[in-house]
Design a protein around this ligand. Structure first.
Ligand SMILES: C[S@@+](CC[C@H](N)C(=O)[O-])C[C@H]1O[C@@H](n2cnc3c(N)ncnc32)[C@H](O)[C@@H]1O
Length: 268
């Protein structure tokens, strides 16, 4: 049935559904949800991400494999921070990490699990995503806020954030109709739509990042490969030092903006 409905990995999906369903009646209901087009992760109630099982409620964005690359880059930078701070201070340092547009909280959870020590904040506009992220991030002592980008974060974080990650919506509005039905129909438009060129939300993320980043802190955003140049220009124009990282294996592009450790002299 799953294969006939167009599920590419029908055998794997069937195995997961059989494992998860408490009764044959539940299994039948789950198969019919899946064949009707509901994403597998919404049927199961979880997604596999960076080796974690992350809860994903219906209507919440399903974390993508490619975003594991953003997490890898962010983990490397945050653990560098933990190491250098430990040399300078007594006691174990904890990187201050913010996950903007956190959705289910998958990226923040994976980062916290990999790092061990972290002071984690997460924000999403969508109440369903916030509820889900609170569950996924509870084990890491994270604070999860509902609201628009930086707006709900405490002002005490100004100039203190070591790693700021944002997998914000970046699909150009016109390209949404080309996306697979699972995304178009079962994920909220606000999780996908990045405006005319896909960068409307990311421009706002970049513009305010210097206010929140600690000296030497890093902003990491996921974009499409074709958006990388424009996003990099934008990062430079806000005084951050850009770097583009690419994984062809995961088809993932991450733009990193570093806040300089010292203020640049005007005109330099
Ligand atoms: C592409 S999804 C990514 C979710 C998560 N970061 C991940 O990788 O699984 C984008 C998320 O951004 C949220 N979002 C969209 N606009 C927002 C805004 N202005 N402020 C906060 N969150 C926003 C959506 O609700 C959605 O959960």
């Amino acid at each position: 049935m799953l294969r006939a409905a167009g599920c590419v990995f029908a055998e794997d999906e069937a195995r997961l559904l059989i494992e998860q369903a408490p009764t044959p009646a539940d299994l039948a209901a789950m198969v019919s949800q899946r064949t009707a087009g509901l994403p597998l992760e919404h049927v199961l109630g979880w997604a596999q991400f960076c080796g974690l099982r992350v809860a994903v409620d219906p209507g919440v964005f399903v974390p993508r494999r490619r975003t594991e690359f953003l997490v890898q880059q962010a983990t490397a930078l945050a653990s560098q921070h933990n190491q250098t701070s430990q040399h300078n201070q007594t006691g174990a340092a904890r990187a201050v990490v913010v996950d903007l547009c956190c959705g289910s909280g998958a990226a923040g959870a994976a980062l916290a699990a990999a790092l061990g020590r972290v002071e984690l904040y997460a924000v999403d506009l969508d109440p369903a995503a916030v509820r889900c992220a609170r569950r996924n991030l509870a084990a890491y002592g994270a604070r999860v806020y509902e609201g628009d980008l930086y707006q709900p974060l405490p002002a005490s974080l100004h100039g203190r954030v070591d790693v700021l990650i944002a997998n914000a919506p970046y699909v150009p509005t016109e390209a949404i109709e080309l996306m697979p039905q699972e995304a178009r129909i079962h994920e909220p438009r606000a999780a996908l739509d990045g405006g005319a060129d896909g960068l409307a939300i990311l421009r706002r993320v970049i513009a305010a990042a210097p206010l929140w980043l600690a000296p030497g802190g890093h902003l990491l955003i996921e974009t499409g490969q074709r958006q990388a140049w424009q996003a990099t220009e934008n990062i430079t124009s806000h005084g951050l030092i850009p770097k583009v990282s690419r994984s062809d294996d995961l088809n993932a592009t991450v733009i990193i903006g570093a806040r300089p450790t010292t203020r640049q002299a005007p005109g330099s």
